[in-house]
Design a protein around this ligand. Structure first.
Ligand code: ATP
Length: 223
């Protein structure tokens, strides 16, 4: 009887305080502000899973994914230490849709399993909210892993400026990446929440703060 009442109280406590794990998929185009938003959320104490890091883990030498990529793209994709040269690989696949599709077919299922295992771990720990920052969340069909989709966006000219400042890609490489992605409209149509980052950082912070507060009270509505 005592344990029955205790369990009931625990359930009520969870429902009232939102102590149920909620997974937010944070996605958006290249340079649209995903990391900026996830960093603000991490500073607020939210757990973040970074799908890029999961991808790097999956690519480690002698893993199944590593072997399949070497077979698919040849040994010249490797550095002298046997690691996959990610820059070289990206240079190849973002200029050729069939190579990108091939790489996705190799990597996405493994990454999906790895992300799912991490989410299970957080569920077991009773973590309140988890952010899954995944550039390809929609493209890879990972929405089944999340409860809500949050999309960051910025205009193409802002993104190009940001990428130029980071000097990682030439303008033509940046445009090739943008061209290989889902369109802005498609992303927006599939979003539960849109976060515009084409504004001052303090405005982005204020928006994320507002969203974070909404997460603390599960009944609050987010626009
Ligand atoms: P990628 O897809 O390349 O990983 P991303 O979507 O994670 O990019 P960020 O890394 O968050 O995007 O942002 C790209 C760059 O733009 C960063 O240098 C970041 O500091 C800067 N940035 C993002 N939002 C703003 C903003 N509102 N004002 C000024 N700079 C910004």
């Amino acid at each position: 009887m005592f344990f029955g009442t205790l369990t009931l109280r625990l359930i009520i406590f969870r429902l009232e305080w939102g102590w149920l794990v909620k997974v937010i998929g944070l996605t958006g185009g290249i340079g649209s502000g995903k990391s900026t938003v996830s960093q603000i959320l991490a500073e607020l104490g939210v757990v973040v899973i970074d799908a890029d890091k999961v991808g790097h883990e999956a690519l480690k030498p002698d893993t199944e994914v590593w072997r399949e990529i070497v077979v698919a793209f040849g040994e010249d994709i490797l550095t002298s230490t046997g690691d996959i040269d990610r820059k070289k690989l990206a240079g190849r696949v973002f200029r050729d849709a069939s190579s990108l599709a091939r790489l996705s077919r190799i990597m996405h299922p493994r990454m999906y399993d790895m992300v799912r295992a991490q989410l299970e771990g957080y569920r077991r720990q009773g973590t309140n909210v988890v952010i899954l920052e995944a550039p390809l969340l929609l493209e890879a069909g990972w929405t089944s892993l999340v409860d809500e989709v949050w999309v960051t966006l910025a205009s193409e000219s802002t993104v190009l400026k940001r990428l130029e400042q980071r000097s990682e890609l030439s303008e033509s490489e940046a445009l090739a990446r943008i061209g290989s992605q889902l369109s802005l409209l498609e992303r927006i149509s599939r979003a539960d929440v849109v976060i515009n980052t084409d504004c001052e950082l303090k405005e982005v912070r204020a928006r994320v703060w507002e969203l974070w507060q909404g997460l603390q009270s599960p009944k609050a509505k987010r626009a």
